[in-house]
Write a protein that binds this ligand. Sequence first.
Ligand code: FAD
Length: 410
Amino acid sequence: MEMGFQIFNHCFKPTKSIKISLLEREKHKTGKDGISSFAVAVIGGGLAGLSLSILLSKAGYKTILFEKEKYPFHKVCGEYVSLESWNFLESLGLNISQLKLPIIKKLMVSSPDGNFIKANLDLGGFGVSRYFLDNKLKEIAVENAVTTCEETKVNEVLFNEERFAVKYNGGEVSALVVAGSFGKRSNLDVKWKRDFTKPKNSKLNNYIGVKYHIKTNYPADTIALHNFQNGYCGVSKIENDKYCLCYLTTAQNLKDNHNSIKELEKNVLYKNPFLKKIFSESEFLFKEPVTISQISFDKKSQIENHVLMLGDAAGMITPLCGNGMSMAFHAAKIAFGNIHLFLQEKISRKEMENRYADEWQKEFAKRLKNGRNIQRLFGKEKLTNFFIKAIKPFPFIVDKLIKGTHGHLF
Ligand SMILES: Cc1cc2nc3c(=O)[nH]c(=O)nc-3n(C[C@H](O)[C@H](O)[C@H](O)COP(=O)(O)OP(=O)(O)OC[C@H]3O[C@@H](n4cnc5c(N)ncnc54)[C@H](O)[C@@H]3O)c2cc1C
């Protein structure tokens, strides 16, 4: 298919014709002041934002997507996608079966002292890097006529008389609906003074994430979760015979090691014999790891200033559940259903907001709570050592914990 040309600074407006229902056509003309007008503006081009944009554009709505980075790019993530999302991704146009990605069916969990348990994963997952996956979805978005603006950071969203003004570095657009899929923590969260951005002394606040791609010798069908003091590290296979090694720990743990990732790894992670072996014997493919900070697992709101929040921006599940990506996709599907009804004038804006928040809560609130409870358990070295030893003879407990944090095919 012939691809688009550039508008604004970094936006690709595809040449493929955009189908907009008659009902919508009147509403999306360029305004008198020359400001481009869209049915929906999506802020943040991670998995939630990309998949929502594709669904909207496929349904004929004029959609603009803003992403502050340039694709493809690396992200801190364990890169294990639960099979819950398989059908959904295929329906977006991503032919996963053809990609020959590693299918992961087994879990191994080790405690800081080197004890371990193994379990079969009921549903399982597949491994794929975010560098590859997000970029593939971006290509599908462009093919499906989403106006995709890269290197474009949204700075302000104003709601006035049933329309939004979305302001970004270099311009402004107008939209009937805005979706906020800007991830764990963004400039807009701080600007809107969202509760989780306020400094708090909570155990669920202020984590850091570190990721590498490595070449190593490890079974392709197994994801490992190796615990260490105040954190855990996931290892699983992705595309091209590479493995993702990604860990989460507290900011305090890094601070206690002179803010040096190398010291943290040597002094803390290496105490787990499995991690010591992986770090010493693998080939590390990045010069420096990809890192993020200020991760919070606190509760978040699903609607902010009439903006529908989705993905991590609506609530982040603890990474040991290996499920955040599927939740981001699933939230996009739920948001799409309600935005569609609103744009078809079948429900009011208030109904769209309430229905979306209710459906989100019904689908995800319990999983997030279970994830937070497990996270509390895994932080402490002695407790994790004891827990792994205690449940080793009872593998059904592990199955129960996994089921409590996962959903179903959607
Ligand atoms: C250490 C760690 C390991 C994890 N491991 C796994 C795992 O193995 N499996 C799993 O399923 N989940 C995992 N997760 C969770 C998973 O990464 C997230 O749940 C998922 O990325 C959420 O997708 P999203 O689209 O909401 O956010 P993101 O993928 O973070 O996308 C948000 C996007 O918004 C952009 N953005 C932000 N602000 C603006 C702005 N103002 N304007 C424009 N763009 C903006 C950002 O650049 C970003 O690209 C892990 C998370 C962590 C921290």
